[in-house]
Design a protein around this ligand. Sequence first.
Ligand code: CIZ
Ligand code: SF4
Length: 301
Amino acid sequence: MKENLKAKLIELKKEKNAVILAHNYQLDEIQEVADYIGDSLALSKIAMSVKEDVIVFCGVKFMAETAKILSPDKKVILPVIEAGCPMADMVTAEQLRSVKEDYPEAAVVCYVNSSAEVKAESDICCTSSNAINVVDSIKSKKILFVPDQNLGSYVGKQISDKEVILWQGFCIVHNRVTIQNLLHIKEKYPSAPLLVHPECRPEIVEQADFIGSTSEIIREVKKLKDKKIIIGTEKGILYTLKKQNPDKEFILLSEKLTCMNMKKTTLKDVISALENETNIIEVDERVRKKAYETLKKMILL
Ligand code: CIZ
Ligand code: SF4
């Protein structure tokens, strides 16, 4: 059954001149058929450079939008249009405009997990891989960081000469992990290193041996000699970790690390969206141009 679907997708890709991009948090069945797997920025950069006209972005909405902002001439499909990011929805452009008035001297840094409209209202974008460098590069001593308070708090602690004002957003998945979860796992695997995503709560991040984005965690694991490793990010990352490190055992910091939005996209959805060319992402051109500038500043850094 699955083999038939895979064969159908290969045919469709040829017919439509399409490429499949999958985020590190997607279901295994999506990562298995993807032409490229990665984080949102790496995938958006790939979308800019591939020769295909159609990009099927298997991820959540802000990711497909980011690809469209950077590659306006390509057709970008998000297979399941309801796949959103609750954290990105925790700040709207209207709310941001209003809070900006309270901090006229602050530079606005938006995490890539934000809508095109919020990016358009911000000075510069960042991802979890480059957030420290982005904030460090800004002249202003005051930074309004949206929407992730956990990432913002982590960045603020690394940079002493700037005041980072935190928006009260968070990732509903990473934020679920508690110190009790951590103590329980640490008791079971006392010598295993702990690698976590900065979207986790500060008390979790403080206990980690390594803090980084999905791509940074994947890179770090390759360097480690340990045979048992604790992973504190969404469980989809285990697909690449296991494939690249068959001799290592990975322990998820908590079974709660599953993003329902990332798991909405199935192989059938990808086929259906590509076949019918539905769920095409459009971004208003005025918004897109401004959001493009915000992303470009980060990319050129
Ligand atoms: O930027 C991304 O892809 C996200 C949301 C997470 C990560 O660390 O890769
Ligand atoms: Fe959003 Fe968190 Fe899901 Fe990523 S894991 S898409 S930040 S809710």
